[in-house]
Design a protein. Structure first.
Length: 434
């Protein structure tokens, strides 16, 4: 195992002095000094107040933890909860002095098991795993989170570094995580992917979480002299050497290209679960409470998806599932694939973000039309915070107008720019999505 590296320095909005279980954040290092990813101990200053990002490994929440998040949003923030593209939760409109109390509340709810690792617990998982005949990966999730929190080296992972646990269907494998574990079905083995390499390594399923952690620690060694936050940021030769180094220590290689399109669970019933998507990832207190109450009546659990949706595991009898979905739909959530909001996403935009050039959420709402084949994501600036993966329509606000382009993985078609014409903008976006 790698020797421990110091974690990043607290920002001016850090909780500071909060020591849930294993002590507060360590001092700064040259490598991590520029990692500005927010957490719960290190708040981010936004135009609408401070922002906290609560890591939810695998998106899995108990109903009691969901209630704790609602309490935190009401007590310290603007009351709303925002889902991220990694299945995490953001609280906005926070007071700058709430960090210590917020950390205490989340620690008591089991949402902050390690202060030193709170920004490193970035793990996405297939939301329907174990619910529709696919393999359960819960043991991987529990063990990997434990190993990450026990690793001194893992505390120095960037808040951008991502683990993915895929049940074999390819949904989160397509997200381009830094380290991915894939269930191999009847063989009982796991496949380990490093970055987006086409070659994966077969490891025994019971050893898969440790193999994933060791791959992350090996990345830290490789990244020492490069300043890379993620595997994709490594120079090509260093990345290739990283894969070669990890391979022999893992298992035999298998050629398995990564899926290019990430497919989310369709909103609606799914056998032993129901799924609802969240327009623009923004949940009112009433919607969050309704989802929590629904989960409490059935499996007692919510699963947040990387596509800003929520899965409620069952079993839910069919008539009750239909009623629950109707109630969720009446609250404004997306419960069927033919919703006008299906596939529509946007960053927080103006006025919440000072870098945004417009209120893209309002613009996205004004342009909503018939569902398109492709998802569309509206960004208020070139950073494109929270954009999807795979194939999608990219709408970016620039000083010259809205630039619309078709993205296919790493490829981008020539864009169309629309200036100050909302009707034409909606028509161009609709045509691109079709």
């Amino acid at each position: 195992m790698l020797a421990a590296m110091p974690d990043s320095a607290p920002s001016p909005l850090s909780a500071g002095g909060v020591s849930p279980r294993d002590g507060g954040p360590a001092g700064a290092s040259p490598r991590s000094g520029g990692d500005a990813c927010p957490g719960t101990l290190r708040l981010h200053r936004a135009d609408d107040g401070a922002l906290a990002r609560v890591r939810i490994p695998g998106g899995v929440l108990s109903v009691d933890q969901a209630e704790a998040l609602l309490t935190a949003a009401a007590r310290f923030g603007d009351g709303e909860l925002h889902l991220t593209s990694r299945g995490n939760v953001q609280l906005r409109g926070l007071g700058t002095e709430c960090g210590g109390e917020l950390a205490g509340l989340l620690t008591d709810a089991g949402l902050l098991p390690s202060a030193a690792h709170e920004r490193a617990r970035n793990i996405v998982a297939s939301p329907l795993a174990g619910l529709d005949g696919s393999p359960s990966i819960r043991s991987w999730l529990t063990e990997l989170d434990r190993l990450v929190c026990d690793s001194a080296a893992a505390a120095t992972l960037s808040g951008r570094f991502l683990f993915a646990l895929d049940d074999g269907r390819g949904d989160v494998d397509a997200l381009g995580a830094d380290v991915t574990l894939i269930a191999e079905g009847p063989s009982g083995a796991a496949l380990l992917r490093v970055g987006t390499a086409d070659e994966v390594f077969r490891v025994p399923a019971a050893e898969a979480p440790r193999a994933a952690l060791l791959a992350a620690e090996e990345f830290l060694r490789a990244a020492r002299n490069s300043g890379a936050w993620r595997v994709k940021d490594l120079p090509d030769d260093v990345r290739a050497e990283l894969v070669r180094t990890i391979g022999p220590a893992s298992g035999p290689s298998v050629h398995r290209p990564r899926p290019r399109t990430a497919t989310s669970p369709a909103p609606g019933p799914h056998g032993f679960a129901i799924t609802a998507d969240v327009p623009l990832g923004r949940l009112t207190p009433t919607q969050w409470q309704l989802l929590t109450d629904t989960a409490r009546r059935y499996g007692g659990e919510l699963r947040l998806t990387p596509w800003r949706g929520i899965v409620i595991p069952g079993p839910v009898p069919r008539p009750k599932a239909a009623q629950a979905l109707r109630t969720l739909a009446e609250s404004g959530l997306i419960t069927a694939p033919d919703s006008l909001w299906t596939g529509v996403g946007a960053c927080i935009g103006h006025p919440g973000c000072a870098k945004s050039l417009s209120d893209v959420r309002a613009e996205a709402g004004a342009a909503v039309g018939p569902p398109g084949r492709l998802p569309v994501y509206w960004s208020g600036c070139e950073r494109r915070c929270g954009h999807p993966h795979g194939e999608w329509i990219d709408v970016v606000v620039t000083p010259d107008g809205h630039r619309i382009s078709h993205v296919r993985g790493e490829r981008r078609d020539p864009p169309t720019t629309v200036r100050n014409d909302p009707a034409r903008l909606a028509a161009v976006v609709a045509e691109a999505r079709a």
